[in-house]
Design a protein around this ligand. Structure first.
Ligand code: 5AD
Ligand code: SF4
Length: 463
């Protein structure tokens, strides 16, 4: 073991990769690797990759091109730099990465991160190691927990993986293949992790999973607990002031979860609920197992439980066979719900998924044109939502220094960044701020005096 080694870890894709990257860093710390944010300083570079769309997957290879230059420069200086590809591209492409990218020393799939120290040792001996198994042992048990110091550096808001993998098999999606079958972590392990984070200063916990609301982990009573019940339990952890969960499937908005939105003040009134399309024909071809009406019903049930709720979503345009009429149904659904924001993507055929083989692939120019129209509508809704925040007072969880001297920035209940002129001592705490101005992506506010604290959340969230 040498204390002088450094690792640079870059995450692409979803929050689960962010979480996994942290756990890899925690597991490598006792091996003598300190984290660095400068790739040129690193002895070990890890790219934690995403396979969700072709563009995401291609980023890996362009990044590997840059890393190769660093590796060659280091070699000229007599220093060896190891390069690891982790994440969903590693899982999906394994051997092919080794073939395509000579600079890669090892490839590790998402289920094998606990084996990294061993893989690194093998790579050091000159082997180009690949591990893309779905091992029987529990990687969560084997991965090291973060030190108090590491948690503090990562800030006041943290992710905790509670569920991984997906059994839904939407026909466009690689996740069931890259992340495997759905598993839920036991309640006790999640609570212990939340307690550890809160003890180190974390105030907001986001429970994450590819299909988080299908959570059914074992509780201390040996029964399967729902996500609603788990949220109640985590809300009892001292120091945890805010809870969120992501990403959810509309078909799994079960009653205890909806009730949690009514009963748990710590559960933030902001829900990312992907719908993908507003057309029942396309939803069926996507194997989404819900209709547009089912989605609207889920939205209505959450709104009834928590009137202050705001929604965001994911959309795919140009799924095989999508007609103008199907696309109009998507626009109509967006109009009906009124989103605070949303992500929209052109359909990208993924190798091995059923939709990639479907006839009637939509031409690229049609996809681009539909994407633009959808994004314009969503941008308008987001701007309207933000504009309605002006003169409201929100609780803000302050996270770090702001853009300008004297400013600090935090998050509103709706995850909007809020810039406020205030003492840096407030970082890590929650304080009310009155919104005075909005820009495209940020809110600006002033610390609220108790007299102006008339309302802490928006009452009416729809557009
Ligand atoms: N093409 C385009 N977008 C996709 N997504 C998932 N698979 C694809 C694909 N093949 C989008 C979905 C999902 C989000 C994470 O990425 O909208 O909710
Ligand atoms: Fe990308 Fe999906 Fe893998 Fe996350 S789980 S990294 S979104 S492919």
């Amino acid at each position: 073991m040498s204390g002088a080694r450094k690792t640079y870890i870059k995450s692409f894709g979803c929050q689960m990769n962010v979480y996994d990257s942290h756990r890899m860093a925690d597991t490598l710390a006792p091996e003598g690797f300190a984290e660095t944010t400068t790739p040129a300083d690193a002895d070990l570079v890890i790219l934690n990759t995403c396979h969700i769309r072709e563009k995401a997957a291609e980023k890996v290879y362009s990044e590997l091109g840059r890393i190769r230059l660093i590796k060659e420069q280091a070699a000229r200086e007599g220093r060896r730099v190891m390069v690891a590809v982790a994440g969903c591209v590693a899982q999906a492409e394994g051997e092919e990465i080794i073939r395509r990218a000579p600079s890669v020393d090892l490839v590790v799939g998402p289920q094998s991160y606990h084996r990294l120290p061993d893989l690194i040792a093998r790579a050091e001996r000159g082997e180009r190691a690949i591990d893309t198994e779905f091992p029987v042992e529990d990687k969560f048990d084997a991965l090291a927990a973060p030190s108090r110091d590491a948690t503090r550096k990562r800030g006041v808001s943290a992710f905790v993986t509670v569920q991984e993998g997906c059994d839904k098999f939407c026909t466009f999606c690689v996740v069931p293949y890259t992340r495997g079958a759905e598993i839920s972590r036991p309640v006790g392990k999640i609570v212990a992790e939340a307690e550890r984070l809160a003890d180190a200063g974390v105030r907001e916990i986001t429970l994450i999973g590819q299909n988080v609301n299908a959570y059914h982990g074992e509780g201390p009573d040996s029964r399967a607990w729902t996500l609603g019940r788990l949220l109640h339990r985590i809300a009892e952890v001292p120091g945890v002031a805010r809870l969120r969960y992501t990403t959810s499937h509309p078909g799994d908005m079960e009653p205890s979860l909806i009730a949690a939105h009514r009963d748990l003040p710590a559960l933030m009134p902001y829900l990312h609920l992907p719908v993908q399309s507003g057309s029942d024909r396309i939803l069926a071809a996507m194997n989404r197992r819900h209709t547009g009406a089912d989605y609207l019903d889920a939205v209505a049930r959450v709104r009834a439980a928590q009137p202050a709720i705001a929604f965001s979503s994911d959309f795919i345009v140009g799924f095989p066979g999508e007609t103008e009429e199907d696309f109009d149904a998507t626009l109509a659904l967006v109009e009906e719900v009124g989103f605070a924001g949303a992500f929209s993507f052109k359909y990208s055929p993924r190798p091995g998924t059923p939709a990639a083989e479907m006839a009637e692939q939509v031409p690229e120019d049609v996809k681009s044109e539909r994407l633009q129209r959808l994004q314009r509508l969503i941008d308008r809704q987001q701007a309207a939502f933000n504009a309605r925040c002006v003169s409201r007072t929100f609780d803000v969880l302050f996270e770090k220094p702001g853009r300008y001297a004297g400013q600090i920035v935090g998050r509103s209940p709706y995850l909007q960044p809020v810039q406020v002129m205030a003492d840096a001592a407030l970082i890590g705490t929650i304080a009310p701020a009155t919104i005075t101005e909005v820009s495209a992506n940020s809110l600006f506010g002033t610390l609220a005096t108790p007299a102006s604290m008339h309302q802490s959340v928006l009452v009416e969230a729809g557009a």
